[in-house]
Design a protein around this ligand. Structure first.
Ligand SMILES: Cc1cc2nc3c(=O)[nH]c(=O)nc-3n(C[C@H](O)[C@H](O)[C@H](O)COP(=O)(O)OP(=O)(O)OC[C@H]3O[C@@H](n4cnc5c(N)ncnc54)[C@H](O)[C@@H]3O)c2cc1C
Length: 473
């Protein structure tokens, strides 16, 4: 038995950060109490984030493919959508996964407390239990994994079911005839994709000059072209200045150079303008935890706060607010508590936008390189030259590698195209293993697959890609 096995760890929040931390702590022999208000662990990701959205996006993709199939000589006709069954498919997925986490938690002998936690001091929590009553628990170390919630703009707040955030949009009460999505970030675009496939006329307004601010423009372009066809409209450089409910829906006031109609009525409106960290935990002021910019809890590379007994992980400590970042931080925090020599210092945290086409990137981006004035070589392989992309009738994609011109090391990868979210894992491995372009070019990739575009983009770097002709200079 290691020394750490005598430690009692408390974890507030059962999301992918909190449960990953709790499970590892139990695996390392620690006594673990995990606190969350839901019936089972899962957090935002499983109950109202990654998982339900991907279940619905899978169905959206099927609908789109079936519509597209007439180009290949097959007609299915218009789909009949049974919203209740679709909702129960999605809920079934969520229940199976969260139930499974509940089982895994029991098998590891984790004490799972259902309720809301507040701090008494750095080593004691009070838990207002979901069924009523209170518990007090003492522990040696605590990990805060309270996650985040949708950001709210006061001027866009209306107390009506016609105004949705990501959580109510995922509830899928019905399919509105018209839907306005406020915010062109990944959550808005993913949910817009779902509703558009189900039959809503979807419009998107984005305050900045482009969709998915922060992502490389060449990755966004093929997506924008496709959703320009499937969505009703995309208004960039546009702000929503007010919302009012009337008998037909929500009357929205719009402002910006591209706006033709200053007022428009939508049956429903989805506000997806970012997320806020849940750092306003009652009693936190009784500890030495410090909160920094934008409400994120401040931590060091071991995820330890200013209070030596308190660690924090996941959305509540900062961007990127992604489930896999939260889980990884959770594991690092537990190892740090166990006394292992660890630090959270990844070179590549992948980001995936599960639209159609998907967009994914990891490591350095061109946008970031430009901002930092870093010299890089970008090797792009267009999917028009990929046999596999052609068999899928999805040649609009592109794979690119960002390469250090001196060392030829792969610093980043960006992909737009069907299945980009699965393909990006190879980029993560290349960046983290410090692969050079030659390593990627010399690794035999299976044919015919989209993964060959990764190998061929490395070949593009050397000017010797098999499927791209480059005239001799
Ligand atoms: C629509 C949508 C789609 C998304 N899709 C993806 C995706 O595809 N891929 C991806 O990586 N990320 C995605 N995300 C983001 C992802 O869900 C978050 O990054 C992830 O859930 C963060 O994990 P976490 O452990 O930090 O916290 P959360 O998952 O936010 O969990 C925190 C938990 O703590 C609980 N809690 C808070 N305060 C207390 C308290 N005082 N006492 C007890 N419990 C408390 C909360 O109720 C919650 O259950 C998506 C998010 C949304 C909204």
């Amino acid at each position: 038995m290691s020394e750490t096995s005598s430690l009692h760890i408390a974890v507030i929040g059962g999301g992918p950060g909190g449960y990953a931390a709790a499970f590892l702590a139990a695996d390392l022999g620690m006594k673990v109490t995990l606190i969350d208000e839901e019936l089972n662990p899962g957090g935002v990701c499983l109950y109202r984030g990654c998982i339900p959205s991907k279940a619905l996006l899978h169905v959206a993709k099927l609908i789109d493919e079936s519509r597209h199939a007439k180009n290949w000589g097959i007609e299915f006709g218009e789909p009949k959508i049974d919203v209740d069954r679709l909702r129960s498919f999605k809920e079934g997925v969520v229940n199976k996964l969260t139930g499974g986490l509940g089982q895994l938690s029991k098998q590891r002998k984790i004490e799972y407390l259902r309720g809301k936690a507040s701090f008494e001091n750095s080593n004691t929590l009070r838990v207002a239990k979901t069924g009523g009553g209170e518990d007090s628990i003492s522990f040696d170390r605590i990990i805060i994994a309270t996650g985040s919630r949708p950001a709210v703009i006061p001027s866009l707040k209306l107390d009506t079911p016609r105004m949705m955030d990501s959580t109510s949009a995922l509830d899928l009460k019905d399919v509105p005839a018209t839907l306005l999505v406020i915010g062109g970030g990944y959550i808005g675009l993913e949910l817009g994709t779902v509703y558009a496939a189900l039959g809503s006329k979807v419009s998107v307004v984005e305050m900045t000059a482009g969709l998915l601010p922060g992502a490389d423009r060449d990755l966004v372009l093929p997506l924008q072209k496709r959703i320009e066809k499937s969505f009703e409209s995309i208004l960039l450089n546009t702000t929503v200045t007010g919302v009012k409910e009337d008998s037909n829906g929500i009357r929205v006031s719009l402002d910006g150079p591209e706006v033709k109609e200053r007022e428009k009525v939508f049956e429903k409106v989805l506000v997806s303008v970012g997320r806020k960290p849940n750092s306003e935990i009652a009693g936190l002021e009784k500890t030495q935890v410090q909160i920094g910019e934008r409400g994120f809890i401040q931590v060091n590379k071991q995820l330890q706060t200013n209070d030596p007994a308190v660690y924090a992980i996941g959305d509540v400590v900062g961007e990127p607010m992604l489930a896999h970042k939260a889980s990884h931080e959770g594991r690092v925090a537990v190892e740090a508590i166990a006394g292992h020599k660890v630090a959270f210092e990844p070179n590549a945290i992948p980001a995936v936008v599960f639209t159609d086409p998907e967009i994914a990137w990891c490591g350095l981006t061109e946008t970031q390189a430009k901002k930092e004035n870093r010299e890089i070589k970008v090797a792009k392989f267009p999917w028009a030259a990929s046999g596999r992309a052609m068999t899928l009738d999805r040649t609009e994609g592109m794979t690119k590698l960002l390469i250090d011109p001196q060392t030829e090391r792969v610093l980043g990868m960006g992909i737009v195209g069907a299945g980009a979210g699965e393909l990006i894992a190879e980029g993560v491995l290349a960046v983290e293993m410090a692969a050079v372009a030659r390593d990627v070019a010399l690794s035999i990739h299976p044919h015919p697959t989209l993964s060959e575009t990764v190998m061929e983009s490395a070949e593009v770097f050397f000017g010797t890609s098999t499927h791209i002709y480059r005239p001799k200079r």
